[in-house]
Design a protein around this ligand. Structure first.
Ligand code: SF4
Length: 355
């Protein structure tokens, strides 16, 4: 575990997670030399310093002012759990005195980090623990990037997925800022092709994401039928999947940018041949892949997961329709780190009781 760094006091502005443009504006507002902005991004995102005093090419005066008026805004995870399969779930504190979880998922050469974008979520999907927690707070770009920056495995990560707690397109500006920090030359300079942002299909946020970033898009589909999808995902009432797909069909993804669809398999609900046929129909014209996901029941849900035999047959039928279809292996089940299982509800409850 890295050194423990206290959460930033709320009344001082955090620098971590700010874009170059924001830091330039901040530097100008302080009357510091213009080049200080580049120096700051270098210290923040290339050298990963843990304190202002380590920024040794800044004058003593500027370092003192930084200390007085700002905080760095990085926080080490307060705890982690490790699964028997090597998956680790980290708990990060947020400035709002809450917690979010991130899941580190190693698989052969691939080391993926699943980051959170909100504390809780307001979307209320029937199958999701985060949804049951309800919405508590937005994460800032700094709090999103910090889940990578302060991870012990930071330097060996190969892929980054925004599939943790929260709906990323419900926090679109901070999510886009975090991607800018990750992928800009002045930031971590990582390829945008290493990032996938997953959404249930919040169209305005999705269009901003498509316009302003180069990262891959994943859409949680879960049912091709309107009424059934409504019963699983209330967002269908606001942004029906056919409108989401219309927008995707009209977008030029180019050769390298990918769109994929997540499909959790619910026993006797969305796993029939009718679903295969309808999926093939509505996805026609989109070059994509479907990821089938095993469902692991969470408390207080009427849903159960499809048996493996049904999942394999479903996959074969989709493939026969010409759709690339993979089955996502479940990771971190024993520590509740698998898809849809992240929740910090118990912690929040405990905090409120302590308070
Ligand atoms: Fe929110 Fe995603 Fe869970 Fe739905 S599946 S409640 S959008 S975190």
């Amino acid at each position: 575990m890295p050194d423990q760094i206290p959460s930033p006091p709320i009344n001082r502005v955090s620098l971590f997670g700010k874009t170059l443009r924001e830091i330039e504006a901040l530097v100008a507002s302080q009357g510091w030399p213009k080049f200080t902005a580049r120096q700051l991004t270098e210290w923040l995102y290339k050298k990963n310093v843990g304190a202002f005093e380590e920024m040794t090419n800044l004058s003593k005066k500027i370092r003192n002012e930084l200390e007085e008026k700002f905080v760095l805004g990085i926080s080490a995870p307060t705890s982690f759990q490790e699964s028997i399969d090597g998956t680790k779930k980290y708990l990060f504190p947020t400035a709002s005195n809450r917690f979010v979880e991130s899941a580190y998922i190693p698989h052969e050469e691939r080391k993926t980090l699943c980051v959170s974008s909100q504390v809780g979520c307001k979307m209320g999907c029937l199958f999701c623990m985060t949804g049951k927690q309800g919405f508590m707070a937005q994460l800032t770009s700094g709090e999103i990037v910090n889940q990578v920056r302060s991870l012990p495995e930071r330097d060996i990560l190969t892929n980054f997925v925004y599939m943790g707690m929260g709906e990323p397109f419900d926090n679109i500006e901070e999510v886009i800022k975090s991607l800018e920090v990750f992928t800009s030359v002045w930031g971590y300079a990582l390829s945008p092709r290493r990032f996938t942002v997953s959404s249930i299909g919040v169209i305005p946020g999705m269009m901003e994401f498509l316009k302003r970033t180069e990262a891959h898009l994943a859409i949680s589909l879960h049912s091709p039928f309107d009424e059934e999808r409504k019963s699983l995902m209330p967002i269908q009432n606001v942004y029906p999947i056919h409108e989401v797909l219309e927008n995707i069909k009209q977008w030029d993804f180019g050769l390298q940018r990918r769109v994929s669809f997540e499909y959790i398999m619910f026993n006797g609900v969305n796993d029939t041949s009718n679903h295969v046929n309808e999926l093939a129909r509505i996805l026609h014209g989109i070059s994509c892949r479907i990821n089938l996901i095993r469902f692991h029941p969470i408390p207080h849900t009427p849903l159960a997961g499809s048996p493996d035999s049904v999942i394999f047959a479903f996959q074969e039928k989709l493939k026969a329709k010409g759709i690339i279809t993979t089955i996502r292996s479940s990771r971190g089940l024993d520590i509740f780190a698998a898809c849809g299982m992240l929740s910090t509800k118990a912690l929040v409850k405990k905090q409120e009781e302590d308070f």
